[in-house]
Design a protein around this ligand. Structure first.
Ligand SMILES: [Zn+2]
Length: 501
């Protein structure tokens, strides 16, 4: 739950380096004499002769012994090749082998017929269809690839590709690039997982959510290996199965992605559509988790020695990812009152994400880490119930640790969402006090989190203190709901209730 205060640790960049090395050697290794080792390849790519083959590295997986398997995307005459995979396998000792299921000569033959086929198609291609060479059979053919994005009945996203022969209009094949695996998590029951088929295995890799990936750090502090699985059913709900922690984290990271998109209108943690790399089983006896700015990745330990309770629950994952969001927006420093607001933001967004998930096993609450730590790590309705956090602002708040100084921010969010006094929500009893004795009603969690996020992303800076956070949220409420809105009035009254003016 900490934010990296010292120099951040570096995550594996192995895949990138390895594919670069392989690309450089590929021409002599597997491709025909006319191949070029890299470069953009597509229907609108640079001019190319009809039969020129180009290759570029795609996904790489790494085995436990360090052997890498790199898939190469191919194009012929500038047209992408679908199927007929080219895979290069490299061992740690440098020896390489290749799997190449389509002969280059057959691809060139297909490309020579493509110009005519695309110019006068048997049936008009559907809007948005792209030109491809379909190479799943021994006789590659020019074809149209049409993508249909209709979610499945259970809400799982879908990107269904239908490939039709450009010469005859016949359907040659179809496949879905959104693959949904299933996981048995430790804290959230059975959950769907975004996974990716690769060869005969599946990877814990969520392409529609910015290619988020979950790795096994193998109890080291550097590196990590992408989880793979043969049957796409992951973990068994117990910490003794190494995949289980990966399931909790991969699921929580997907929920956070969806929450940011649906409620905050944000495309990824850093707003750039790029997913997060997560590592579980980090270090030995590491009872914590942390976000690392330098790689945009999160690492999770195995928890207290012998506890079998890694800090990988939904709210903790959401907490860590929110550190990335804060870093990409306000950039709140991790000390003084700004540090308290930084930690508070992580608890606020981790909690809001847990409610958003509507998971029947890990039910939404205003407790932090309650699935991992007995009696929860922190609470939001009455932060002082942990024995150290402050319920209200006081002049010494900035001298305290960020966890402790986050109390008034957590309390503000609870009061703004739910109001003061005794209340039972999803079976949990809360009793939230106010500094000034006021009685508050709350404006609901969704409005409260929108106000906080807008303040964070638009008005807060690295040195924002509590008083300026008040100003920032008032401005955010004005932007969202109007200067004379009840929501803005509630924001002002709620800050008064935690002694922030
Ligand atoms: Zn934190």
């Amino acid at each position: 739950m900490t934010h990296p205060a010292s120099s951040p640790r570096t995550l594996v960049r192995l895949a990138t380096a390895t594919t670069a090395v392989l690309a450089a050697t590929l021409a002599t290794l597997a491709a025909p004499a006319s191949a070029t080792p890299a470069g953009p390849a597509g229907p609108n790519g640079p001019a190319a002769t009809a039969e020129r083959l180009t290759v570029r590295p795609g996904a790489t997986t790494t085995d436990a012994d360090g052997t890498t398997h790199t898939h190469y995307d191919r194009a012929v005459g500038g047209i992408p090749v679908l199927g007929g995979d080219l895979i290069v396998h490299q061992r740690p000792d440098g020896t390489r082998t290749t799997t190449d299921s389509t002969a280059p000569a057959a691809l060139r033959a297909a490309a020579l017929t493509a110009t005519t086929a695309f110019a006068a198609p048997a049936a008009a291609p559907r809007p948005g269809a792209r030109r491809v060479i379909w190479a799943a059979t021994d006789t590659p053919a020019p074809a149209w690839d049409t993508v249909t994005r209709t979610p499945r009945p259970d809400g799982t996203p879908s990107e269904l590709h239908t490939v039709t022969d450009a010469r005859t209009g016949a359907v040659l094949g179809s496949y879905d690039t959104v693959h949904a695996g299933s996981g048995n998590s430790q804290y959230a029951g059975a959950v769907p997982l975004g996974t990716n088929p690769s060869g005969s295995l599946f990877q814990l890799r969520d392409l529609p959510r910015g290619d988020q990936r979950t790795l096994d750090a193998q109890n080291q502090t550097t590196g990590g290996i992408l989880f793979t699985d043969a049957d796409d059913v992951w973990g068994n709900g117990k910490p003794t199965n190494r995949q289980t922690a990966g399931v909790d984290v991969h699921y929580g990271t997907a929920v956070t992605w969806d929450f940011y998109r649906a409620v905050l209108g944000r495309n990824g943690i850093r707003g750039d559509g790029r997913g997060v790399v997560s590592r579980v089983h980090y270090g030995t006896n590491f009872n914590n988790a942390f976000w690392d700015d330098s790689c945009g990745c999160v690492s999770y330990g195995d928890g207290a020695p012998g506890s079998g309770k890694p800090p990988t629950s939904l709210d903790i994952v959401g907490h860590e990812l929110a550190h990335g969001l804060t870093s990409a927006t306000a950039g709140l420093l991790y000390s003084g009152e700004a540090g308290g607001l930084n930690e508070g933001t992580s608890d606020i967004l981790g909690t809001a994400g847990e409610f958003f998930a509507e998971n029947p096993t890990d039910i939404g609450d205003y407790l932090i880490g309650e699935r991992v730590y007995k009696g929860a790590l922190r609470t939001m309705d009455r932060p002082s119930s942990d024995g150290v956090s402050r319920d209200y602002w006081s002049s010494d708040l900035g001298t305290l640790s960020p966890d402790v100084a986050s109390g008034p921010a957590r309390h503000f969010f609870y009061l703004l969402s739910e109001g003061s006094g005794r209340k039972v929500i999803n079976g949990v009893t809360y009793d939230s006090p106010t500094y000034d004795g006021s009685k508050l009603l709350g404006i609901g969690r969704e409005k409260a989190v929108r106000v906080w996020y807008r303040a964070l992303s638009t008005y807060m800076t690295s040195t924002t203190n509590y008083s300026r956070a008040r100003t920032a949220t008032l401005q955010a409420a004005t932007d969202l709901y109007g200067a004379t809105s009840p929501e803005r009035a509630a924001v002002a009254a709620t800050w008064n209730a935690v002694n922030v003016h």
